[in-house]
Design a protein around this ligand. Structure first.
Ligand code: 5GP
Ligand code: ZN
Length: 113
């Protein structure tokens, strides 16, 4: 998608602080961190949100979720972490390219706001 900021990050048209990358996904630091560690994990191909995924995306998304523990380990999050997906208007999704937030190095709160 030509006007999508995360697609541009995925192809390095927009620079980011990359933590992990493979052929299917990229993980980079959030520009406005909400925790000492705040990384965004995205599929390289454009999909708008969790509400837009289809059955054919399930292998890729399973791989992406599976990789999160490796990324957490790379970042030293052995004491735990939080994975967040904001979806749609009520979920307060601001960037319309599916992404998971990985937050760590502080004690989280529950319930979320
Ligand atoms: P959302 O609110 O959609 O769940 O999360 C979008 C996230 O993307 C926000 O936490 C925001 O700080 C981050 N973000 C927006 N634009 C950029 C950017 O250009 N670079 C990086 N690294 N993060 C961004
Ligand atoms: Zn995109």
């Amino acid at each position: 998608m030509t006007d999508c900021i995360f697609c541009k990050i995925a192809i390095k048209e927009i620079p980011s602080d990359i933590i992990y990358e493979d052929e299917n996904m990229i993980a980079f630091k959030d520009v406005n961190p909400m925790a000492p560690v705040h990384v965004l994990i995205i599929p390289k191909i454009h999909m708008e949100s969790m509400d837009h995924v289809t059955k054919k995306d399930s292998v890729l998304l399973g791989e992406l979720l599976y990789k999160i523990k490796e990324i957490a380990s790379l970042l030293g999050l052995e004491n735990g972490y939080r994975v967040v997906n904001n979806c749609g208007e009520d979920g307060l999704q601001t960037v319309k390219h599916l992404h998971f937030h990985l937050l760590g190095k502080r004690k989280m709160q529950w319930p979320p706001g």
